[in-house]
Design a protein around this ligand. Sequence first.
Ligand code: A3P
Ligand code: MG
Ligand code: MG
Length: 357
Amino acid sequence: MILNVNNIRGPVDHISDLEIIGDYSINGEREYYSGIKQLKYYKKPLNSRNVNFNLNLNENTIHKINKDVKLNYVLTWILENFDSLKVQDSKNITQWIQPQFVTYRGTLKNLLVTPYERYEGWIICASKFKGTIYLCCFDTEEKKQRELFRTNYERLCSDWGYKFEQYMLADTPDNEPNTSECLNQNEEFCSVFKSKFGQDTLLYSAELDGICSEQIIKDTIVGKKCELVELKTIRHHLTSKNGPRNNFKKLLWWAQCYPAGIERIVCGCKDTKGFVTEIKEMMTSTFRMKGEQDRCKSFCSGFLKEVKTIVHEDYDKCLYKFTYNPRKRIITVDKMKPDNESEYMFLYSWYIDNMKT
Ligand code: A3P
Ligand code: MG
Ligand code: MG
């Protein structure tokens, strides 16, 4: 079956009722652990128009491990927090919130930008279990090849992005960022979100760069008053007051922030040598691109509707694979027999068996 991207249009739904319902951390070996150990606090530099951050100081950096974690983090979080995800229905029967979709924020970002994405394809696999559709992204062969043959400059840029985070974030509100500490690119702090998109309830987790808070957060950020911030680096001449000059980049930033309700982007303006000399804060609400954003939302709601129609068999009968080809502007749908050995399998018995009880 083939879907034409230009024809996928649904209502312009908005993310609403957005709630943070949990959090977890990823350690230096990219393993899940409960708690907010990796939470970081955004420290605005005193003179943000005149800083001098050398992003090349990476001798002690531990690079990101390429590990295929599939949906494991969010599934682990669900299992650990299952009891807190129960609600009473109209007949006073307690059952879990049963979202229509469970995924990562990255999947939503990829879907949102699809109408304007002419270069990077995606693979999204879908499995249905107990009425919920689980969506998991996979790299396309093209992307895997490109990762293998990244240029030195691309690798440098990637390291600079992580180093910039270290310059801007501290472990507690009272501390200053410590750029001489070993930087491990694998460590992450993640939040779990619940939201409404049209009629559907979505549950997804997302890596968060940092929060703004004068108070130290104890145990969890759930229910705490703190603003989330996204950090980005960008070449000087490519920024304007209203975000990146390049409209597609602006859309990418918005699509990454929007599902997590992030409004503030802290932008490090860098030169070609990896020096940041100015910090600009920008609010995604000032990005003037409503027409594009509406098209993104319309595509996303239309696509999720298609998914709900197509994905009707349970996880043990069928695994559905959606592949976006950006040049042909089509999405192909393949049905596959579930097979534990398949690279696309992502709902495992450790999850299913525990959710059945
Ligand atoms: P910049 O994009 O600011 O340069 P994020 O912005 O999503 O929090 O990611 C943090 C940094 O990780 C990025 O910083 C970039 O350096 C690196 N990064 C993220 N996605 C990447 C990718 N697909 N390939 C290479 N580096 C990536
Ligand atoms: Mg990040
Ligand atoms: Mg960032």
